[in-house]
Design a protein around this ligand. Sequence first.
Ligand SMILES: CCC/C(=N\NC(=N)N)c1ccc(NC(=O)c2cc3cc(OC)ccc3[nH]2)cc1
Length: 322
Amino acid sequence: QTIFPKEFQEKYLVSRGIGTGVCGEVKLAFERATCKKVAVKIINKKNFPSVGVSHPRRNAEREIEILRRIDHPCLIKTEDFYQTEDTYYIVLELMEGGELFNRVKAGHGLDEAVAKLYFYQMLMAVEYLHRNGIIHRDLKPENILLASQAKTCLIKVTDFNQSKILEGETLSRTLCGTPSYLAPEVFTHAATTGYGPAVDAWSLGVLLFVCLGGYAPFYEHPSRPSVQEQIIQGEFTMVPSKWKGISDQAKDMVRKLLVVDPSLRLSITSALKHPWLQVKHSPLNHEHCYLISDLCAFQDPAMLAQANKLMYPPEDSDTVTH
Ligand SMILES: CCC/C(=N\NC(=N)N)c1ccc(NC(=O)c2cc3cc(OC)ccc3[nH]2)cc1
């Protein structure tokens, strides 16, 4: 049973567990003064053995640093923060819709229009992270939270435990000197240990595949190669019965993201320009439009124009809207 710091107890009344993760649990809590519902993520500093490269405490400190830096409508926001010598207590806005994982595990995919609305928001969130020198590296349905039970809702990306901050400063300091003695990889993979932002594009491809198809592209099966082998080969199947109602543009988006060679893989910015997201006949209804416009209000005007194009077909009468 988790014990909470006294000052935490004074401000919040903790209720039941609402989600579990590998590195701790999430509890529902009420702010006593306002009765406002919040989520509390409890991260035990010591609960992983200190094995492997990523030292748990450094991971947690990096995550806290990332949480402080980010501000985007599709990224989780922290409201309060407490720690004891062995546990972090992070108070977050409550995402009433829970994890995307529970929406898609039912075995069939989401409506294409809903998958598009969620995917578009994930792309905007990840594009913002990359623009701020952060690679998520652990995008999966458990880390996509839904704001409400409604199908058309805001989503937020969470869990920066595996995230990496591109060491821009060390790289720029390295490049101040005379470059003539620097090895080629300092320029190509210097900022990350072989990880580029493209890893997030691959994960978004897997996420989109699961949202549309209702099953994973790479999965354990006795008669199939290992999951790792399937991924390295980029081997996946769009089972006709599961994908028959899905548009060719949606399938094309998935295929261009699930490309093994990161230099050939669709980038996040290119994905935002893909025809599937430029539709004039978007089947999304008007409530999405405001949602997307509100979301994009945080972006630069170009993004807002982009979102409105997605939602509001041009005025000219000859545009066919299905
Ligand atoms: C600031 C911590 C970021 C984080 N994880 N970080 C980590 N694992 N290191 C994290 C991970 C999971 C969550 N989950 C939630 O907020 C959440 C709300 C919720 C509501 C539900 O039903 C209403 C069901 C599951 C839920 N998870 C929030 C944050």
